[in-house]
Design a protein. Structure first.
Lengths: 308, 308
DNA sequence: TCCATTCATAAAGACGCTTTATAGACTAGG
DNA sequence: CCTAGTCTATAAAGCGTCTTTATGAATGGA
């Protein structure tokens, strides 16, 4: 009263294909008695004789032949389905869906994608760009596997893991007096017209917090939505801008200068944001592994250990 | 390093469907730890996490969901294939392909088919008619599952099993002198003009042998191919005919009389002819069982025990 | 006729699966 | 905020099953 097994059916098909128990046993790396038993069990479970065995050969019954004809394509399809699943484990197949900040999307992550394409050509990466808040929302809604953005609050649904600290740079025209300096302090920024990103961005959040820590008020001369417009404002002489180093990289700025902000160093935290309790696909894990590898190689960004 | 099992996949689908290990365990009549182990084995075999388990619920991973979507219809189809095979065992489905003599095809076997249709409506019987020689050939060629006909020689390919002895009757016009008798002897037949079937039929074979046993020569006044023409010849006064009782039944003969032939009783053997070493389908077995039942009920035919 | 090959069978051992018992974790309700 | 209930994970033990080894029976070819 035992039930039908995949092994039994695979054994049956092998015997039908080869017309012999011993030949099938060799192919399946089993002994011949094992196949005899398996086939008997299969026939008992089905209640039907599938093979007519003489002492020399084994030929399928009519019912057995019909069964084999119907079964073979089914098991073949099952095998392809199983292989397709296993391809995810071996990274031969897979999709990484992530949301990240525009600055990271255009500087750090393309390198990650390029490396991943070399090591695992079958993977496809889909990157959505958004500012910190929406990044968290997209993760929460399940639209993406994970997000890389500014620090969000850890609630029951989101799990945040610090990745590195992105230094914020001061951008100004080369004619400015700071051009001769090699760094500026945070306190000095309070005395110049500042151009800052608008309120809901991670950069602004970091600047606000740093100023508050020193007891200074934040009074931006102007707010900008995108880093591009902010750069334009600086170039037009509206003031001095604050931008993350990752954003500065991509902008070729011949007439501007950038200086690190010190005393204390001004950075914005970049974190991995993922749904709590949800595992990542092997593809996503591979992506993150390469990302951490890239981060470790860069001395300008301050990487942190993988542990939470 | 164990391989993927049907049980594991069925368990996986049940858990996905119900969203819970314990619920699936109840449905599958298992304990919850068993399912935990099975799913772990499945995930290990595939190398991929299929379910994200919190302590409250189990939700499929994206890969797990894809897998379940592809797997469910496959297993459903597999189940229908298995059921279709099992239907042969329960006689809900099946085909009986047989070859037999015209006389049996029109007298004994229709009753068998009728009874079979009542007890197993799903079975379909295909009956081919032929004389004894071709019946054996059709069995040998595998065109039919078995044959019911005159005795053929048992060689390596054919297996012959005696079923019953069909009495041969003497047919004559009611005006004939035999009309008052209730039986005739074989020896008496040597002194009347005989109408016999042609040489390759089982009837002729039986008559020839019986005459030879008595040392009498066989001198038919006329030979006929079909029983119909033989009856016509008798009716035309060409002589007295010898026909099997099963053939006489179907011919409504108001102007003719039939008498059993005795001393010794003249019969032709009817046997089951099947391919050696080939098993019969459950449908064919059922057919034969009903046939033997019908034969046992009839006192006019001499049934024999089922043993060879 | 003899030998080699094939399938069937029996017994023993190994392996895997299932169950029982228990722990850890989260939710709901008071 | 705490407790009760529920769900999954884990460990150990028992059981069943499957595989292997050894052997028999039968067939076909040399």
């Amino acid at each position: 009263m035992t039930s039908v097994t995949l092994r039994q059916m695979r054994a049956f098909l092998a015997i039908v294909r080869l017309g012999s128990f011993t030949a099938a046993a060799r192919q399946l790396h089993l002994t011949q008695p094992a196949l005899t038993v398996q086939l008997r069990q299969l026939e008992q479970a089905l209640g039907v004789r599938l093979l007519d065995r003489t002492t020399r050969t084994a030929t399928p019954t009519r019912i057995g032949a019909e069964f084999a004809r119907a079964l073979a394509p089914l098991l073949a399809e099952l095998d392809t389905v199983l292989e397709r699943v296993q391809d995810h484990a071996t990274l031969r197949t897979g999709r990484v869906d992530l949301a990240t900040l525009p600055s990271l999307a255009s500087t750090v992550l393309p390198e990650v994608i390029a490396r991943l394409r070399v090591s695992s050509p079958g993977l496809r990466v889909r990157m959505r760009e958004a500012v910190t808040g929406p990044v968290g929302e997209m993760v929460r809604a399940g639209l993406v596997d994970f997000g890389i953005g500014g620090s969000v609050a850890e609630d029951g649904e989101l799990e945040v893991q610090h990745l590195f600290d992105d230094p914020l740079l001061l951008i100004f025209p080369r004619e400015h007096g700071f051009a001769a300096r090699c760094s500026v302090t945070l306190r000095e920024l309070g005395e110049v017209p500042l151009l800052l990103p608008e309120a809901n961005s991670g950069i602004r959040h970091a600047v606000d917090q740093a100023f508050a820590a020193l007891g200074l008020p934040v009074q931006p001369a102007q707010e900008a939505v995108s880093t591009g417009t902010l750069v334009g404002m600086v170039r037009a002489g509206l003031g001095l801008g604050v931008l993350p180093s990752t954003a500065v990289e991509m902008q070729v700025i011949p007439d501007l200068r950038a200086l690190p902000i010190g005393g204390p160093p001004l950075t914005r935290p970049i974190a991995l944001v993922r749904r709590a309790g949800r595992s990542l696909s092997p593809a996503a894990e591979a992506f993150l592994a390469v990302l951490r590898e890239c981060l470790a190689r860069r001395s300008d960004l301050q990487p942190v250990s993988q542990g939470d």
